[in-house]
Design a binder for this molecule. Structure first.
Ligand SMILES: Cc1cc2nc3c(=O)[nH]c(=O)nc-3n(C[C@H](O)[C@H](O)[C@H](O)COP(=O)(O)OP(=O)(O)OC[C@H]3O[C@@H](n4cnc5c(N)ncnc54)[C@H](O)[C@@H]3O)c2cc1C
Length: 384
């Protein structure tokens, strides 16, 4: 009977990175439902994979900051970039913030494939459940029963079912009594209530804004879409918004009062935004589009709301459009230093299946890779 030392469930970003960092002496198999590895990585960042960010800290993640902080200390952004550079992958910085592959996400995928040659790769193998019998884990598969001493669950989140995403990671956790928070869509566009339907009229337009959700301020572009609002600022805001209000500053770093003071132009021409947007905003704020210097006190009071347009989104675009899933295996169920389940020895969880979600900007791959290395280091120190 063939017994693996480690069975990694999921050949995505975290599963492959974990396998790549495991002691080469170990007998490892990676089980993947798709006919290819890393399909999400392949389509990420518009096909060029935004792999990490110039600025990475616990503050960029929704999740247990101590768990995230430890993982980032073990495999930081610098460690990731060094790992890539040593293997001839040199991402470029875009917009002074985001690290992207120069040519395509295949640069990373090919590297991960090359680094996991020592592992058995079992493709087209859907995982339905896993059991533990006499200290060994058993997985019923198209390749027969796979047995392993240790299992790493790296099956990711629920978004983009069309490329193999599933909730199996949470089902496995629950079947072993490990507590989870159900997945909900994150990094996703938001739908609007009737009062904000004017934004839909601007479909295709984008502008730089600051969006405030609770304590968080997201500074990026927002995009007006047919279904609602989207773009980087909104996607990151969606990570922190559950319900209730958020607020948009349409003219960040400017002062509308100063802009209009003594100005002879029409308001919609004086506001430094695309004209269509200025006009719709004025209607939404109930301010007449007149010569700036003719504005009365009441109109001015309404106009300053351009810095604090507060509203409550209706919902979000759902898992088919979401770039990540919020929720997952609860952090307090895991040993922070190994990512092993505290109450189920030899069962580990890494990547998006854990209740940690990053903002838009390369943070989710950073988490997938950092958590993968924490787990791989811990496993490589174990006796088999
Ligand atoms: C369109 C899109 C763009 C994105 N762009 C970026 C970006 O630019 N930067 C960034 O940081 N993040 C991005 N993300 C998020 C990022 O892709 C994920 O957070 C990351 O891939 C998570 O890694 P993971 O290893 O946990 O899961 P995944 O990479 O999703 O890997 C999980 C693997 O498990 C397999 N699997 C799942 N269920 C089963 C099953 N039942 N049986 C067998 N196999 C199974 C899946 O097929 C998959 O290969 C993007 C996501 C999407 C959807």
């Amino acid at each position: 009977m063939k017994i693996y030392d480690v069975l990694i469930l999921g050949a995505g970003a975290s599963g492959l990175m974990c396998a790549a960092h495991l002691d080469k002496k170990l007998r490892v198999a990676i089980v993947e439902g798709n006919e290819k590895v890393a399909k999400k990585l392949k389509i990420s960042g518009g096909g060029k994979c935004n792999i990490t960010n110039v600025q990475v800290s616990e503050a960029n993640f929704d999740g247990d900051s101590e768990l995230v902080g430890y993982a980032l200390s073990v495999f930081s952004k610098e460690d990731l970039l060094l790992f890539l550079e040593q293997n001839a992958v040199e991402p470029e910085i875009r917009k002074e913030r985001y690290y992207f592959c120069k040519r395509s996400a295949d640069e990373i995928i090919d590297l991960l494939k090359a680094k996991t040659q020592h592992c058995e790769l079992l493709l087209n193998t859907e995982i339905k459940s896993i059991k533990k019998r006499d200290e060994l884990f058993e997985l019923q598969s198209a390749h027969g029963v796979l047995r392993a001493k240790k299992v790493v669950v790296a099956t990711g989140g629920k978004s983009y079912v069309s490329i193999g995403a599933s909730e199996i990671g949470l089902d496995i956790a629950k079947s072993f009594g490990v507590k989870v928070k159900e997945f909900t869509p994150a990094l996703v566009g938001l739908t609007l209530q009737k009062e904000q339907f004017w934004m839909k009229e601007l479909s295709g337009l984008s502008c730089y804004v600051h969006i405030t959700v609770g304590e968080k301020i997201l500074k990026e572009e927002m995009l007006f879409a047919h279904k609602g609002i989207s773009g980087p600022a909104v996607l990151s805001a969606s990570l922190y918004w559950q319900k209730g209000n958020m607020s948009i500053d349409f003219l960040p770093d400017m002062n509308i009062v100063k802009l209009v003071e003594g100005n002879k132009k029409l308001l919609s021409s004086a506001i430094p935004l695309p004209k269509r947007l200025s006009k719709e905003l004025l209607k939404a704020l109930d301010v007449e589009d007149i010569e700036c210097r003719k504005l009365g006190k009441t109109a001015l009071e309404k106009l300053v709301k351009i810095h604090d347009y507060s509203f409550s989104p209706a919902g979000n675009f759902g898992f088919t459009k979401a770039e990540a899933s919020r929720g997952g295996v609860l952090s307090h169920e895991l040993n922070r230093y190994t990512l092993e389940a505290l109450d189920v020895s030899n069962l580990y969880f890494i990547g998006e299946v854990v209740d940690v979600t990053g903002e838009l900007g390369g943070y989710n791959f950073q988490w997938a890779f950092s958590s993968a290395v924490v787990c791989a280091n811990a496993l490589s120190l174990e006796q088999f």
